[in-house]
Design a protein around this ligand. Structure first.
Ligand code: NAD
Length: 582
């Protein structure tokens, strides 16, 4: 357990406001380097990051750069980087520039990696306190975080699948309880209401709830605990798709629900339980007290934090036994409770085996894009173009895609009429305007080439960046999350993300990353990411076509190898070359 002060683990705050440049003029030599620079800056935009003053983007202490000096050096290097050079970044610090070629990535990033025997939170914290490492989470240190929208569709899909499996396809008339309204967790209330349900969400930090209210991800804030519960129960009875936030500890909320015999229809949690020191707040403290307590005695704080997580999971299992459809939402809270001696901690499943794996078997996963122009109209134009590219008549998935894209608009008729000036977002853009969709093998490359053509023809006013979360079909080894309960027991095999990292380098992604510890914390995961720029050139078209085919193909290889029939069939249908599968 860490003995250092909590503040030594994060960069000293600086009073700077970072905002990415907008428009079609670049200051770097290539659009690939320009895009990496703008997306790094965008990660730290106060509209996007949770604590930009300390370089923290989201997910507990997920950072974009190791220190402010490292940040400045990355920007300087990207601005002078030649078209045939590649910058190497080690745990958020630029460490070298190598001569490569024009189709190589402009940046290669490795964050938070440790040799497995030393891959513990204690060792990581020792190095981090000495300024030798940083925690990159998934998209913080790989410069493709796009704010809460980044997880919105994944969360929407998860609840949609849950509704199909348990509630006849809609959450209308259901009470959905959860905790953690931070960078990613803040997508939960809107995802639940988009699926028709009532949401009750707890967060210890009032400012986080207020931010989601301001961004229209959360509908109401109720101060008193019992009044918040009463309000949520009333909304459920009215079948009202409304979300209620309550400022307090999730454990307090769940134990009160048990006392009052109110059983949520669904139950999950997205507090930052992956990080017992910087992320989670024990029941003994208010948010303000927790900030001081972790500073005074980090070891004592973590002890309380882990004990609270045990109580938290005990309450979740109790409610599950009373009838709540309960699932883990990727923060490793079950493992923490198990390590604290709660034998039944894994009584409820993770969200991937419960709802998402069938999508992974089709190479499907998060596909996000961002308009470097800074102009929301460019995003509306891509929205419209995608609806044309994937007509809703062509199958159930396209129908859901249409529902999703139109659902991102307050005024869908304006979008359908191509009246882009009158389009309005359903939820606020944060930083550079962007969009997220889940696409599979055979869809991602089509979308990428469409965007490149739009840049080439001038239909959009500047290049478009295409990236994804590390949470994807063939890019993660995370036994308590993306690879939980694999059919062949290969949950912990991390050859796959390494092959994914190599595949994206060989295919010509614009920047690539390999991280350890994202989502579930140090020691529990390894994962890779890629980002590629559509700058309208023919060379970019070649790269896009390779990267956006090969990257999701890793999901087919991974799941076909593990024996999933859907992946094997998808491989056959799409003529994927898998040597030992006929
Ligand atoms: P974050 O650090 O931005 O937010 C976490 C929130 O939890 C904070 O607002 C904090 O105040 C609140 N909190 C902490 N302890 C609490 C408690 N006991 N009761 C109530 N509120 C409490 O993190 P984030 O980006 O929102 O991510 C949340 C967790 O989800 C992390 O563990 C992250 O790794 C994981 N995650 C999951 C997915 C997914 O798709 N399932 C994706 C990204 C991140």
């Amino acid at each position: 357990m860490s003995t250092m002060n909590a503040s030594s683990l994060i960069p000293a705050p600086q009073n700077r406001t970072i905002r990415a440049p907008r428009g079609a003029e670049k200051t770097c030599t290539t659009w690939q380097a320009e895009a990496a620079m703008r997306m790094l800056m965008n990660n730290l935009d106060p509209e996007v990051a949770e604590h930009p003053e300390s370089l923290i983007v989201y997910g507990g202490r997920g950072q974009a750069a190791r220190s402010w000096e490292a940040y400045d050096a990355i920007i300087d290097t990207l601005q002078r980087l030649k078209a045939d050079e590649t910058l190497l970044v080690q745990s958020g610090k630029p460490v070298g520039v190598i001569q490569t070629h024009e189709n190589a990535p402009r940046v290669m990033i490795a964050n938070s990696n440790l040799v497995p025997h030393w891959g513990t939170q204690e060792h990581f914290d020792e190095l981090s306190a000495k300024g030798l490492m940083m925690y990159g989470q998934m998209t913080a240190g790989s410069w493709i975080y796009i704010g809460t929208q980044g997880i919105l569709q994944g969360t929407f899909e998860t609840y949609a699948q849950c509704a199909r499996d348990h509630f006849n396809g809609t959450l209308a008339g259901t009470l959905n309880v959860t905790g953690g309204c931070g960078g990613m967790g803040g997508a939960q209330p809107l995802s639940i209401t988009l699926n028709g349900g009532t949401c009750l969400i707890a967060d210890v930090d009032q400012t986080r709830l207020q931010r989601r209210l301001d961004d229209e991800y959360l509908d109401e804030l109720v101060v008193d605990l019992d009044e918040a519960i009463d309000r949520a129960v009333e909304l459920k009875a009215q079948k009202s798709a409304t979300s209620v936030g309550w400022c307090g500890n999730s454990v307090t909320l769940l134990e009160r629900l048990i006392e009052r015999d109110i059983i949520p229809d669904t139950l999950t949690d997205q507090t930052s339980a992956h990080d017992p020191l910087q992320g989670y707040c024990p029941i003994e403290y208010t948010y303000e007290q927790s900030v001081e307590a972790r500073e005074e005695d980090a070891a004592a704080y973590q002890k309380l934090s882990l004990a609270s997580m045990r109580r938290h999971v005990e309450a979740m299992v109790k409610l599950q036994k009373l009838g709540s459809v309960t699932f883990d939402y990727g923060n490793n809270i079950r493992q923490r409770a198990f390590d604290e001696g709660f034998q039944d901690a894994f009584a409820f499943p993770g969200f991937v085996p419960a709802y998402i794996r069938p999508q992974f078997c089709l190479g499907r996963g998060p596909f996000r894009w961002c308009a470097l122009s800074g102009d929301p109209i460019d995003i509306y134009k891509t929205d419209y173009a995608l609806l044309q590219l994937f007509p809703k008549e062509d199958g159930a998935y396209n129908e859901r895609l249409h529902q999703w894209i139109l659902g991102c608009h307050k005024n869908p008729d304006a979008l359908l009429a191509q009246d882009f000036d009158n389009c309005e977002p359903r939820f606020a853009f944060q930083g550079l305007p962007c969009r997220i969709c889940w696409f599979g093998l055979g869809e991602r490359d089509k979308a990428g080439l469409l965007f490149n053509n739009m840049v080439q023809s001038g239909a959009v006013s500047a290049p478009i960046v295409i990236g994804r979360d590390h949470l994807d079909c063939g890019s993660v080894a995370s036994p308590n999350r993306e690879t939980e309960s694999m059919k062949d027991g290969t949950d912990a095999v991390s050859d796959w993300p390494l092959l994914n990292f190599a595949t994206n380098i060989a295919s010509g992604a614009s920047w690539v990353s390999f991280h350890h510890g994202g989502g579930v914390g140090i020691g529990f995961s390894q994962h890779a990411g890629q980002v590629i720029v559509a700058d309208g050139t023919n060379e970019a078209a070649d790269r896009l076509s390779r990267v956006l085919k090969n990257d999701p193909m890793m999901g087919i290889f991974r799941h076909a190898d593990a024996g999933y029939e859907d992946a094997i069939q998808c491989g056959r249908d799409q003529e994927v070359d898998i040597p030992m599968q006929s």
